[in-house]
Design a protein around this ligand. Structure first.
Ligand code: SAH
Length: 457
C-alpha cells in the first residue's frame, strides 16, 4: 500500500512557493514536497514527476502555466543545459533578494539564530563577463569525431559549446577557436576519459582585472612535445595582451583539472593583478577569487568589520595567497596567515614582498593544527579572520577559537549552511553575531558569499 500522493510519470500542476539552496523550485502536492529544477517562486508549472522518494519527489517542467514575476528570458542560449549557471532565468535584482533570504533561512534553520539582521546582498552594477578564470574541457564528440571545447552539462560530462558565455571573458571565444583549429590542423586528439587516451584535456585561461593581461594553460595528458610554436604565434597575433602560455601535464585518471607539473612554453611565469592597493602574483596553481570587482567589495567589508586601530595581532586562517592578510596588514601590528597549500604560502610570502609589507608571517599547515600551536606559544590574537572552503571549519578549529577567545572574529563564508552550523557553535560558546553581509561574487549562479562580524558577548 503506497500513501504517496504522486507516482513516477504523473503530470501535476504545482505552485512554486520556495527556492532551495541549489536554486531549484519547491512546491507541494498535498503536504508532499516536489523539487523542480529551473522553477521560481510564483511560477505555476505543469511538471512530470521523474522520481519519488519516501518524503519528497522530483519533477521536470513540461509547461509554465503562469510565470513568476521574477522570471526572465535567459540571456545565454546554453541555459539550462550548461552546468555553469543555475539562475539565468531569474531577474538579477530578484537573485540578490533570494540570496539574502537564503542566508537568513540558513541562519534561522541551521544556526538557530533568531533576530539576526542580514543586510541586502551587495550586487554588481554590471553582472556580466565577471569571471577572470575559465576551465574548458576538450573532448572529441563520440559520434561525429568533432573536437568540442566548452563546459560540462549539468551532472554529466557531455560538452556544451557556447561562443557567448555571459559570465566569462568575451575573448575566451577567440582562444577556443584557435585551439580547435590548431588541433584539427595538426591531428591532435582530445582526451578520452573512458580509455585514458588522447592528448588535450583542458584549455584553462586567466585574465587580470587591472590590465586585461592573459595567461593560457594547455593541459595535456602526458609530456609529449606538440607543435606549440604555431599555436603560440596565432595566440600572439589574435590576443596581443597575452603574457604567459603554459603546458600543464596531467595524466591522472580523475576529474582534477591541473596536474602538478607546469612547463612555461612562452612569455612570463606570472600574471600580476591589483585589488584595492595590493598587487598579487598569480601562477597557474594559485587560488585567486574569480570575480575581481566583487573581491574588492568582499575584502573591504571584512576590513570594515575588523575595524583595526593599528595595535592588533590578527590571525588570517585559510589565507590562500595572503590576499586578506595583506589587505589587513597596513592597519594592524601583525598578521599571521595560515594555509594548507604550500605553493599558496610561497605566493603569499612573495606577495608580501611585492607590496613592501613586513609585518606578515605565513605558516603552512591546516588551521586546526597550527592555531593550537600558536596558542601554546602564548600568542593572543585580537582578531581572527576565517575564510574556510565550502565544508566550513573543523570542530577542532572552532574549539580552539573559543579557547583563544578573541574579542572579534570575522567569518568569510562561501556556504551559508556550514556558516550557520559554525555560528551555532560560536553563539553557544560566548559569541554573538553583530552583522551579516552577503556579497554576490557569482551572479547568475546559486552561490553566495557572506561576511559575518562576530563579537565576544
Ligand atoms: N582567503 C583566501 C582563500 C580562501 S579559499 C582568499 O580570499 O583568496 C579557502 C582556502 O583554504 C584555500 O586556499 C584552501 O587551500 C585552504 N584550506 C582548505 N582547508 C584548509 C585547512 N584545513 N586549513 C588551512 N587552509 C585550508
Amino acid at each position: 500500500m503506497n500513501n504517496q500522493p504522486i507516482q513516477k510519470n504523473d503530470i501535476v500542476t504545482i505552485n512554486v512557493t520556495a527556492l532551495g539552496l541549489e536554486g531549484e523550485g519547491i512546491g507541494r502536492v498535498d503536504t508532499f514536497a516536489v523539487f523542480v529544477p529551473n522553477a521560481l517562486v510564483g511560477d505555476i508549472v505543469e511538471v512530470k514527476i521523474i522520481k519519488v522518494k519516501s518524503h519528497f519527489g522530483y519533477g521536470k517542467i513540461i509547461n509554465i502555466v503562469t510565470p513568476s514575476k521574477a522570471r526572465i528570458n535567459p540571456a545565454c542560449e546554453s541555459f539550462p543545459q550548461c552546468g555553469g549557471c543555475q539562475m539565468q532565468h531569474m531577474d538579477y535584482r530578484q537573485q540578490l533578494l533570494w540570496k539574502q533570504q537564503a542566508v537568513t533561512d540558513s541562519l534561522v534553520r541551521i544556526g538557530k539564530l533568531q533576530d539576526v539582521v542580514v543586510h541586502p546582498t551587495i550586487g554588481m552594477a554590471d553582472p556580466t563577463h565577471y569571471r577572470n578564470k575559465a576551465q574548458y574541457p576538450i573532448r572529441q564528440n563520440t559520434v561525429t569525431g568533432e573536437i568540442e571545447i566548452g563546459f560540462f552539462a549539468k551532472q554529466s560530462h557531455r560538452i556544451v559549446q557556447s561562443d557567448s558565455c555571459m559570465i566569462g571573458h568575451k575573448d575566451n571565444a577567440i582562444l577556443i577557436q584557435i585551439v580547435k583549429e590548431w588541433m584539427k590542423k595538426n591531428h591532435i586528439r582530445a582526451y578520452d576519459e573512458t580509455s585514458g587516451k588522447g592528448l588535450m584535456r583542458h584549455l584553462y585561461t586567466r585574465t587580470t582585472h587591472a590590465k586585461q593581461e592573459w595567461m593560457v594553460v594547455l593541459v595535456t595528458n602526458g609530456d609529449k612535445q606538440l607543435p606549440f610554436e604555431s599555436l603560440i604565434q596565432v595566440i600572439q597575433t589574435q590576443l596581443p595582451s597575452i603574457k604567459s602560455i603554459y603546458q600543464n601535464i596531467n595524466t591522472r585518471r580523475d576529474n582534477t583539472i591541473l596536474g602538478s607539473q607546469n612547463r612555461l612554453l612562452w612569455g612570463e611565469s606570472y600574471l600580476f593583478d591589483t585589488i584595492g592597493d595590493c598587487t598579487f602574483r598569480i601562477s597557474p596553481h594559485s587560488f585567486f577569487q574569480v570575480n575581481s570587482t566583487q573581491t574588492a567589495v568582499l575584502y573591504q567589508t571584512a576590513i570594515d568589520y575588523a575595524d583595526l586601530k593599528g595595535h592588533e595581532t590578527v590571525f588570517d586562517l585559510y589565507c590562500g595567497i595572503g590576499t586578506i592578510s595583506l589587505f589587513l596588514a597596513n592597519k594592524a601590528k601583525k598578521v599571521i596567515g595560515i594555509e594548507v597549500v604550500p605553493q599558496a604560502i610561497e605566493d603569499a610570502n612573495e606577495n608580501a614582498k611585492i607590496n613592501n609589507i613586513t609585518n606578515t608571517k605565513f605558516l603552512t599547515g591546516t588551521a586546526e593544527d597550527i592555531t593550537p600551536k600558536l596558542q601554546k606559544q602564548g600568542i593572543k590574537p585580537d582578531i581572527i579572520v576565517i575564510d574556510p572552503p565550502r565544508k566550513g571549519c573543523e570542530q577542532a578549529l572552532l574549539d580552539i577559537l573559543v579557547v583563544l577567545n578573541p574579542p572579534k572574529i570575522v567569518y568569510v563564508s562561501c556556504n551559508p549552511a556550514t556558516l550557520a552550523r559554525d555560528l551555532n557553535f560560536l553563539t553557544q560558546n560566548g559569541y554573538t553575531v553583530k552583522a551579516v553581509q552577503p556579497v554576490d561574487m557569482f551572479p547568475w549562479t546559486r552561490h553566495v558569499e557572506t561576511v559575518v562580524l562576530i563579537e565576544r558577548k
